[in-house]
Design a binder for this molecule. Structure first.
Ligand code: LCV
Length: 259
């Protein structure tokens, strides 16, 4: 595979992002390989999967590949978008996925990390939720994942400011399960993975699926869903939606006009 590596030691699988040149951004190729790697490890009887970047990585993942945003006027995070497929693959994986996070996490990569079962970080970890910086409306399932993880107050702050939350604060408010020194991150993560691997994989897979079903058991009327979609269309039909991506690719601050 080109943009990830997959390894299995005993019952502990590891998937490592391997696209440092592009800050491990979540493009179609990397995501297809990630999903394939998860399926391979489950087939090979992994009982827990660690999702990580290379040791010393400055960026764990820079989120959706901005160069792959869909054409203007198309839903930027539609159901079959590769990023959405990756998020569902992690949620539906019958094995616990531990996000071992050294480095910064941006945009949709925050959501990908948030749907992992356990998050372990260091003082070099940070999370920045960036749709507002790019002119993107995000999407209902993603907002629900963030709400479930952060609660309303912090979700609003992170969506509206698009500013990073440090690892220390992330641990204090419960985004991270554990904050450990960089030098201890690997040992700590794999020791915890070892504890999981000793337990019943069948019991864990059924408990994980129940947690997933119940955390998404929010009934939405068709009318409510249609209203949300109408609101999102206003944004991805806008000039601001184009400006966000254009500014990033031209390496300049965006100039949003609210239209
Ligand atoms: C493509 C990239 C990216 C990238 N895509 O290094 O949440 S939503 O709704 O917005 C969702 C749709 C989403 O996830 O959108 C993407 C959100 N991500 C971001 O806003 C982060 C964008 N990236 C950055 O702000 C910087 O790259 C960081 C802070 C991650 C790293 O900065 P640093 O100065 O260390 P560069 O910016 O120079 O990036 C190195 C290379 O990676 C590419 C970037 O274009 C550059 O490529 P070139 O060397 O060809 O110029 N890159 C980084 N992020 N998301 N490409």
């Amino acid at each position: 595979m080109e943009f990830i590596t997959v390894a299995l030691a005993g019952h502990i699988g590891t998937i490592t992002f391997n696209h440092d040149l592009k800050c491990n951004c979540l493009g179609r190729t990397l995501i297809n390989e990630l999903i394939k790697g998860v399926n391979e490890l489950v087939y090979e009887q992994a009982r827990v999967i660690v999702l990580r970047a290379h040791p010393g990585a400055k960026v764990w993942s820079a989120g959706h590949d901005i160069g792959e945003f869909p054409r203007p006027g198309r839903d930027p995070l539609a159901y079959n978008d590769p990023l959405e497929q990756a998020i569902r693959a992690i949620q539906r994986c019958p094995r616990p996925v531990i996000a071992m996070i050294e480095g910064t996490v941006w945009g949709g990569a925050c959501e990908l990390a948030f749907v992992c079962d356990i998050l372990i970080g260091t003082e070099k970890t940070s999370f920045a939720i960036t749709p507002a910086r790019l002119g993107v409306p995000y999407n209902p399932s993603g907002i629900l994942h963030v709400l479930n993880k952060l609660g309303g107050a912090l979700a609003r702050e992170m969506f509206f400011t698009a500013q990073p939350v440090t690892g220390e604060r992330a641990a204090r408010i419960g985004i991270l399960n554990h904050l450990v020194p960089v030098a201890e991150l690997e040992d700590f993560t794999y020791a915890l993975a070892g504890q999981i691997a000793q337990n019943s994989p069948l019991s864990i897979s059924v408990i994980k699926e129940q947690l997933h079903i119940l955390s998404n058991a929010l009934p939405l009327s068709p009318e409510t869903f249609e209203r949300i979609q109408g609101l999102r269309r206003i944004v991805y039909d806008s000039q601001d939606y184009l400006e966000g991506q254009k500014a990033f690719l031209e390496k300049r601050p965006p100039v949003f006009k609210g239209e």
